[in-house]
Structure formats: C-alpha cells, structure tokens
Design a protein around this ligand. Structure first.
Ligand code: TPP
Length: 251
C-alpha cells in the first residue's frame, strides 16, 4: 500500500492558508514533489510576486524572493544571471498569478521569453485578480461576471482574453510552453509531468520555459470547489485548451 507522504520541500507544520478548494495547494505540492525528484531543494530560488501566489514562501522550503507585482520574470532574470556570473548556478523559477504574469507584468514576462532567459515561469490562471477581490483580469473569459464586469466581459467594452501559453510559445527564445489543469487526478498527474519537463528544459540550459496552470477560485467565482472544477473542465478549457504549444527540449 502506498502511504501518503509530505514532500521534503514542503515546510513542516505549514498550515493551509488559501481559500477552501483553491488549486494553489495542489500546484505547490506537485512543484515540491518535482523539486524533490530532481534533487533541487538546495539549489532553487523561487520568485513570487503580489497576489495569492506570494504565499508560496509559507509552504515551499526553498529560498524564496518576492518581486513587485508583475516583475517576477525580471527579478528571476537578475537572480539567474548573477549566480551564473559567480559560477554558482541556481535553478530559478517564478510563481505568478495571471494578472501578474499577463497584464501588469506582460512586458517583463514576454521580453524574458524573447531574450530566451534560462528560467521557468509558472502562471496560476484563475481568470481574475483573486487576492484583491475578483476584479476582471486579462484572462477573464467572454461573458465572465467579475466585480468590475458585473454584466459580463464583452468584446466591445473589454476586448478579448489573453492566451498566455500560446503567446509565449510564439517567442523565439521560448523552448517550452504548455497549459495544464488540476481539476481531476488524471490532469494533476499530467500537470506534474509537464511542469517537470519545463524544469528539465532549464536544467538542460535550453532557454525560457513556461507553464500556465488553469486553477480554481471558488471564493471569487462564488462556486463550490466541485463546481469550480466542473467549470474548468467544461467551460474554461474551451477558451484555454490544454496542450503543449512548444517543446524543443529534445531537439
Ligand atoms: C504595482 C501594484 N499594483 C497593484 C497592486 C495591487 N494588487 C495586489 S495583488 C493584486 C491582484 C493579483 O492578481 P493576480 O496576479 O491575477 O493573482 P491572484 O491574486 O489572482 O492569484 C493586485 C492588483 C500591487 N500590489 N502592486
């Protein structure tokens, strides 16, 4: 019988402080498992920024830095390059919300990809600005009700959502770009394999790697955890298909 064990890279006695049914807990756990499996615990620097993802440092037992909102990829660039220059290479990844990665930080994110920075960016796409109360984000889908789009997002007034994984895949410096979801066990296992591939891309010094994780936000969506996962599986994947959009790691 397989016994459940807490990954070594999860802080001991950490208390879950995300909302009930939020996927951040699962995302952080599988990232911790990958860090254990790749033996990266002592060589990792994780960069989060404003938003729910900032709480990463409460759970992940690696060196963590907090960047200003949207600037995680820029900070990660500096951290990665500085350690390389000192000949003390580090494994560097960002952990960001969708508002952070794809709106306020879009310039930093996309130019890091265009420069081919050898970092990994993880974006938790919950289709709104979660921490500040569920405002419309760059990823809110057409018709989505949010606190700042009470009649639903519409193309005339708000324009269209950004598909970060597809856009980042178009950058020449990107070597890996994918979108995953965590709404059932099959997808969690798939997500873990894909995030591991993105991490391995950096370990092979290939260049920029990116994974967008479609995640639930039961509090702001005003749905139960179960209905939130149903919404991801049945609705959000229509706008945001799950796929690997670019992978040159074995070329
Ligand atoms: C420069 C700056 N602008 C705005 C804010 C306020 N702020 C903090 S968290 C947040 C929302 C974050 O949304 P997102 O990045 O989608 O992450 P989530 O909370 O949904 O995980 C905002 C707007 C800030 N801290 N700094």
């Amino acid at each position: 019988m397989q016994v459940y064990s807490i990954p070594k890279s999860i802080k001991k006695n950490s208390k879950f402080t995300f909302c009930k049914g939020c996927d951040h807990g699962v995302a952080i756990k599988i990232i911790a498992e990958i860090i254990d499996e790749l033996n990266l615990k002592d060589d990792t620097i994780a960069i989060s920024s404003s938003g729910c993802s900032v709480l990463l440092y409460n759970f992940l037992d690696v060196d963590c830095l907090e960047a200003p909102h949207g600037r995680a990829c820029a900070v990660a660039t500096g951290v990665k390059r500085a350690h390389k220059a000192k000949k003390q290479p580090k494994f560097v990844f960002t952990y960001q919300g969708d508002g952070d990665f794809a709106s306020i930080g879009l310039g930093e994110s996309m130019h890091s990809a265009l420069r081919g920075e050898n970092i990994t960016a993880i974006c938790i796409n919950n289709t709104n600005y979660g921490m500040t109360g569920g405002q419309m984000g760059p990823t809110s889908v057409m018709g989505q009700l949010t606190t700042t789009s009470p009649l639903g997002r519409n193309e005339e007034y708000h324009g269209y959502p950004i598909k970060a994984a597809e856009q980042i895949a178009l950058c020449d410096g990107t070597q890996f770009s994918a979108r995953v979801a965590l709404y059932d066990v099959k997808n969690i296992l798939k997500a873990k394999n894909i995030i591991k591939k993105a991490f391995e891309c950096q370990l092979k010094n290939k260049g920029f790697s990116f994974v967008e994780i479609l995640s639930s936000c039961p509090t702001n969506w005003k749905l139960s955890p179960q209905d939130s996962h149903k919404k991801i599986a049945e609705e959000l994947t229509k706008t945001y298909p799950l796929d690997i959009f670019k992978d040159t790691t074995n070329d």
